[in-house]
Design a protein around this ligand. Structure first.
Ligand SMILES: Cc1cc2nc3c(=O)[nH]c(=O)nc-3n(C[C@H](O)[C@H](O)[C@H](O)COP(=O)(O)O)c2cc1C
Ligand code: SF4
Ligand code: SF4
Length: 400
């Protein structure tokens, strides 16, 4: 009998496990939601719905740059409120034990409209309401490329500490279901913004991980399109495995500033057991996964869930809370590092004299006068670059 319990709770809402389909093109309609539910996902944050109908909504143009492990896009189709409300209503009839979480943005004149819009989604059957204060492809993208909008939306609103609490407050006062606010790390205000959202009554906060970047251009044809069937390059929203180290940092920062009680949903580059557990270990209670569902559908989760349970049993963890924050606790300030003295030692039996470590630019300790690699411990900084550079695993670090 397994003692492992993967459930997590956002206030009154219980998720059967921490895996949510992140808002995006794989959470637009009831068929996708049914597939996700059948494959064991705990819920889905629906594709963003904007009211009034969005000023930016194009047919999608994506690039999956496999070698770099970067997914990048600018052009993207948003849902109308009608489409999203229909998806919520249909999904409520189609699936059980699966959290249906519409993601919304209100872009009308006032902030009270956020509450009115959220209420419509609660009436349609939403289990929670997610506020998009994360999308960098809205006014944040426009202001980064020199155009301004009257009102800030997406990532710009998430950085606007005066107005974001107003929008959150209108929603938390209008609905009874949990309110989740999703932020962007762009602007570096994750901690302050998520604190403001929780203070305005949100039950959970999270982040998208995404950064705006410029994709790999061909330097011999720099003006050629990078995206297919789209002429301009534009600043694109980066997702997928490339984001992982940054996304771990994002979650860590939120957890560090919000304390142990806040419910945090992290995302960015999760594809397997390792990347999922790492996200939880730096502070996520649950995770949003988007890019991997675009590339591989939903059918890989059951295996991951089995691996997760096996891993938890092997590690003697029973709940997600046992895993959460483990890594977080070991992340110290740059001032508090424990640096142990040492030097590199070469195993001459293993060394093939390939010469790679001889070239290390910051190292004066490695000599090779007769083709034999020798480290002078007195000159060794113990930085350990040579250990990583050596293809023969001939170098190890020794503590002095
Ligand atoms: C094509 C695409 C569209 C997305 N659309 C939305 C969106 O409408 N709303 C939102 O909150 N996040 C959106 N995201 C962000 C994802 O939900 C997710 O938080 C982010 O991409 C990082 O996770 P990942 O690396 O698993 O994709 C989108 C991501 C992609 C790749
Ligand atoms: S540990 Fe650093 S300084 Fe020492 S030998 Fe290796 S590369 Fe050189
Ligand atoms: S990189 Fe490794 S194998 Fe190559 S010379 Fe240095 S110690 Fe020898």
């Amino acid at each position: 009998m397994s003692n492992v319990d993967l459930r997590v709770r956002i206030g009154p809402l219980t998720l059967r496990n921490p895996f949510l389909v992140g808002s995006g093109p794989t959470a637009k309609n009831v068929d996708q939601i049914r597939m996700a539910a059948d494959n064991g996902w705990a819920g889905a944050s629906l594709k963003l719905a904007i009211d009034p109908v969005p000023y930016l909504s194009f047919p999608p143009r994506y690039r999956w740059l496999k070698k770099e492990k970067i997914h990048i896009f600018t052009a993207e189709k948003r849902l109308t409120p009608y489409e999203a409300l229909t998806a919520v209503e249909d999904a409520r009839k189609a699936v059980e034990d699966f959290a249906i979480i519409p993601t919304i943005t209100y872009d009308g004149e006032d902030y009270a409209g956020w509450g009115r819009l959220a209420r419509r989604f609660e009436e349609a059957g939403a289990h929670a309401i997610e506020l998009n204060m994360c999308c960098p492809n809205m006014s944040f993208n426009l202001s980064s490329t020199g155009t301004s909008t009257e009102k800030s939306t997406g990532a710009s609103l998430g950085n606007d500490l005066e107005n974001l609490p107003k929008a959150v407050r209108f929603v938390t006062e209008a609905v009874t279901v949990p309110v989740i606010v999703k932020f962007s790390p762009e602007g570096n205000r994750l901690a302050a913004s998520s604190r403001a959202a929780l203070d305005a009554g949100a039950m959970a906060v999270g982040h998208a991980g995404n950064r705006l970047g410029i994709p790999d251009v061909d330097i011999r044809k720099p003006l050629d399109p990078v995206y297919r069937l789209q002429d301009e390059i534009t600043l694109g929203c980066i997702s997928g495995p490339w984001l992982r180290p940054l996304a771990l940092r994002d979650t860590y920062q939120m957890r560090h500033h919000l304390g142990t009680d806040a419910f945090i949903i992290g995302s960015g580059g999760i594809t397997d057991l390792q990347s999922a557990v790492q996200q939880i270990m730096v502070g996520s209670d649950a995770v949003w996964i988007c890019t991997e569902t675009m590339l591989r559908g939903f059918g890989w989760l059951p295996r991951l869930l089995d691996e997760f349970v096996d891993y938890m049993q092997a590690m003697e963890f029973e709940t997600i809370r046992d895993v959460r924050d483990l890594l977080h606790r070991n992340i110290t300030s740059a001032q508090a590092l424990t640096i142990r003295d040492g030097y590199a030692a070469v195993d001459t039996e293993k060394c093939t004299s390939c010469g790679l470590c001889w070239k290390i630019g910051h190292c004066d300790a490695i000599h090779h006068s007769d083709g034999t690699t020798v480290v002078d411990p007195a000159l060794c900084l113990a930085c350990s670059t040579c250990v990583d550079v050596c293809p023969a695993k001939a170098i190890r670090m020794v503590e002095r």
